[in-house]
Structures are given as C-alpha cells and as structure tokens.
Design a protein. Structure first.
Length: 139
C-alpha cells in the first residue's frame, strides 16, 4: 500500500508542475535566433489520451519586438510521435503553428520530447520562422 502524500508536499509538487517551463529552445526568424521558454498544458479528451486540446505561452526574452506568444489548438500523440496545430498570437500578429516531434520515454510516467514548430502567416501566405524545442511532459 502506498502512503498518502503530505498536503504541503503535494501542493509544492503541483505548483512546480504548473510553473516550471515545459519547453526550452530557439525561435529562428529572418533577423536572428531568439531564446524561448515555453509553458504548455495539454488536456486529453479521449480515453486513450491521444487527442488533446492544448494551450500554451511562450516567453521570448531576446526578441526585438513581442516577447510573449499565446497558443491554443490540438495535439495528437501516439507512441513516440507528436503532431499538432495551434493558432498563435503575438502582439496582434496571428499565425498558425503546426508542430511535429518525438517523445522519449513511456507516456504517463513522464517523457522528454523534441519538437519543431513552424510559424506560418494566418492567411498561409508567409513563413515567419521555426522554433526548435526540447522539453518534458507527464502524459
């Protein structure tokens, strides 16, 4: 039998999972690469956890213009493959954010991941850059 977790320890653990960045990497655009820290939360909506709604925030401290990007969309994860599509906005400039990646580890036991996420103009008329990220997840 497993002993219950101390409520204070459980609170610290949950706060850490919520506040720690889930992604770190670089955003490569025309002018120069920028450092990115990302927070992404995924909410499975099927029994097998493959289909997920996602919301996320990226902080780009080295950007010359907008330093925060918000994203919302869909993610599909099966085996070691991750793919998804999100709408993103940064300073009034909406983009599509298709992504593809790989997971390392066993789902539900914590995984590491490598992602490539494109930034495409909302009218699908321009390519604005690509983010290359490494991170972690629980699902």
């Amino acid at each position: 039998m497993v002993a219950p977790m101390n409520p204070v320890a459980a609170g610290i653990f949950i706060a850490g999972l919520t506040l720690l960045p889930t992604d770190v990497g670089t955003l490569i655009r025309n002018d120069a690469p920028d450092f990115v820290l990302g927070w992404s939360w995924q909410f499975p909506f099927t029994a097998n956890d493959r289909h997920r709604a996602l919301i996320g925030v990226d902080w780009i401290p080295t950007a010359s213009d907008h330093h925060v990007r918000a994203r919302a969309g869909y993610c599909y994860a099966v085996g070691h493959l991750i793919t998804g599509l999100a709408a993103a906005i940064s300073g009034g400039d909406p983009t599509w954010s298709p992504e593809i990646g790989v997971r390392i580890g066993e789902p539900r036991h914590g995984t590491l991941h490598l992602l490539a996420r494109a930034e495409v103009g909302f009218r699908v008329d321009s390519f604005q850059g690509v983010a290359l990220l490494a991170g972690w997840g629980i699902l």
